[in-house]
Write a protein that binds this ligand. Structure first.
Ligand code: 5GP
Length: 200
């Protein structure tokens, strides 16, 4: 039986807060891409901490990637799938992809488990932005990707991120945990019970 760890909204908020300075100083993102659904809330919280006076809010774009199939509705522990499916992606026909060319882009998700999802997101986004840049004759403008997750599970990873990304410190996990199952507050149907379990 996998151990479950309950994380509260308050803890999520503080994990974002604790990472914001480092993200601002080391990376200065121009925009965020939240991987749905777990990346949405952390990205929104982070945006408040990344806001500088006299600068506009950092825009958040969303992609949806799915790796896990829920087996039952009552048990939050899910079984890993083997392949990533796009449930939502950036639109090539609009400005969405071309807006990424030459930018510092922060990819936000809640947890890095097997790393399969993050590998997919980085590879596919890099590829799509490069294609868009070529099309527009802007090959010299490279998009730089950085990753932020609330939790990294300290375990052997199936997915791999670009070596230079790791070497250049463009991967940031607010917290490192063992191979437990983390229950996030936005998944709770009874938030009082969730918070009670988090403190028990
Ligand atoms: P990975 O591709 O790293 O194996 O998994 C990424 C996705 O799996 C996460 O974005 C999340 O949706 C789901 N996942 C993996 N581990 C956990 C966990 O401990 N708790 C929750 N709630 N979701 C998880």
């Amino acid at each position: 039986m996998v151990e479950k760890v309950y994380v509260t909204y308050n803890q999520v908020h503080k994990l974002c807060q604790a990472s914001a300075d480092k993200i601002l100083n080391d990376f200065q993102p121009n925009l965020m891409i939240a991987i749905g659904g777990g990346g949405y809330v952390p990205a929104r919280i982070l945006r408040s901490f990344l806001k500088r006076p006299d600068s506009p809010n950092i825009p958040i774009q969303a992609i949806g990637l799915s790796l896990y199939e829920t087996l039952t509705t009552s048990d939050p522990v899910e079984t890993p799938g083997t392949k990533v499916t796009r449930t939502q992606w950036l639109d090539f026909s609009s400005l969405e992809i071309s807006n990424l060319i030459g930018k510092n882009i922060l990819i936000v998700d809640e947890v890095d488990d097997t790393r399969t999802t993050l590998e997919y997101a980085v590879k596919e986004l890099e590829k799509d932005v490069e294609t868009a840049a070529k099309k527009l004759g802007r090959e010299s403008e490279r998009a730089i990707f950085c990753i932020f997750v609330l939790h990294n599970k300290d375990k052997p990873k199936k997915g791999h991120l670009p070596q230079e990304m790791m070497e250049e410190g463009r991967y940031l996990a607010a917290n490192s945990v063992s191979d437990v199952w983390i229950c996030y507050p936005w998944e709770a149907t009874d938030i009082d019970e969730h918070d009670r379990l988090a403190t028990s």
